[in-house]
Ligand binder design. Structure first.
Ligand code: PEP
Ligand code: MN
Length: 338
């Protein structure tokens, strides 16, 4: 259930409503917006008479949530979520963020060269995998924690935030000192144990859509994190598997406005995995910004053709710099900055 409080509701009134909700056995999640406070009650509300809550002082309206996801739904935060990072950077506001970096961290020289480029082209966020989910067990699996140490150093030297993939629960603790945002990869979108654990920490999570997941399944996966009290979740469209073979995945641009409508969570587009082809990345990046994406995540490398993973979809640094310039024009055309 959703209880929307009146704009002028006092803290005492809000507390009383939370108390009444807890009394009937529901878990209360509170969001305090610029205009009003919204209380989401998750739990056994099916047989509840909601009019009882409607009559409490300070309540504007009460309604049941029909969607299977409760906290990820737009009604919980009608104005949209803006995820704020430790240095004040945000994802989800008017500014379109850019997250760029190699598929995998390979060496000190590689990650420092990339960080320098990201700082001058877009600023913001440096991505790079230290734990890589590879289709083959014989492919490069990532540098692990030593790789993260390098990326942290390169990011901090350039005023950037670090985004890196976590593949299992045991890595969360190890990675905490190095990352500003945990990425959950497509293959782990339904690793519910991992998602639950990430709900207990207080760092933003970038949750990628599974290769065969519906939008509803993606939102339900985010619910595992949100229900633990970690409300800083950013969703990511990275292409899905269809019958089409011309591209590595089928970039579902329509998922962006669909998610904007259904959910308050920011949505990031990944045109690199979305196409799997360097020559198509810029077009899909521009389409995603035009469609309302809150951020882009792009794979870049100084020696793109020689990247140890995902070389075919990785942009050279000069291609990335050119793309950022073009994206600024698109962002402005749709009322945003980049
Ligand atoms: C990646 O970002 O490099 C990655 C492995 O992505 P995905 O989980 O979307 O395949
Ligand atoms: Mn990759």
């Amino acid at each position: 259930m959703i209880v929307a409080m009146q704009e002028k509701a006092t803290e005492e009134q809000i507390d009383a409503v939370i108390g009444a909700m807890e009394e009937v056995g529901v878990n209360v999640h509170r969001t305090t917006g610029a205009m009003q406070t919204i209380l989401a009650g998750v739990g056994p509300t099916a047989g509840l008479d909601l009019s009882k809550f409607e009559m409490l002082p300070g309540v504007l309206h009460v309604h049941r949530i029909s969607a299977p996801y409760k906290l990820a739904g737009r009604a919980f935060r009608p104005e949209g979520t803006v995820v704020e990072f430790s240095n004040g950077a945000t994802i989800g506001g008017r500014h379109v963020a850019v997250i760029a970096g190699p598929c995998a961290i390979e060496s000190r020289d590689q990650i420092f060269a990339i960080a320098k480029c990201v700082r001058s082209a877009s600023g913001g966020f440096l991505r790079g995998g230290a734990f890589k989910p590879r289709s083959s067990p014989y492919s490069f699996q990532g540098l692990g924690i030593p790789g993260l140490e390098l990326m942290r150093e390169a990011a901090s030297a350039n005023g950037l935030l670090v985004v890196s993939e976590v593949m299992e629960i045991a890595q969360i603790e190890q990675m905490l000192p190095y990352v500003d945002c945990f990425q959950v990869g497509a293959r782990n979108m339904q690793n519910f144990n991992l998602l639950r654990e990430l709900g207990l920490i207080r760092k933003p999570i970038l949750l990628k859509r599974g290769i065969a997941a519906t939008i509803e399944e993606l939102l339900l996966s985010s619910e595992y994190i949100l229900s633990g009290g970690n409300y800083d979740v950013i969703l990511c469209e990275r292409g899905i598997r269809t019958y089409e073979t011309a591209t590595r995945n089928t970039m579902d641009i329509a998922a962006i406005p669909v998610i904007k409508k259904l959910s308050h969570l920011p949505i990031v587009a990944d045109p690199s995995h979305g196409t799997g082809r360097r020559d198509m990345v810029p077009a899909m990046a521009k389409a995603a910004v035009a469609a309302g994406a809150d951020a882009l995540i792009v794979e870049i490398h100084p020696n793109a053709d020689k990247a140890v993973s995902d070389a075919a979809q990785t942009l050279y640094l000069n291609q990335f710099e050119k793309l950022v310039g073009e994206l600024r024009v698109i962002a402005e055309a749709v009322g945003r900055t980049l």
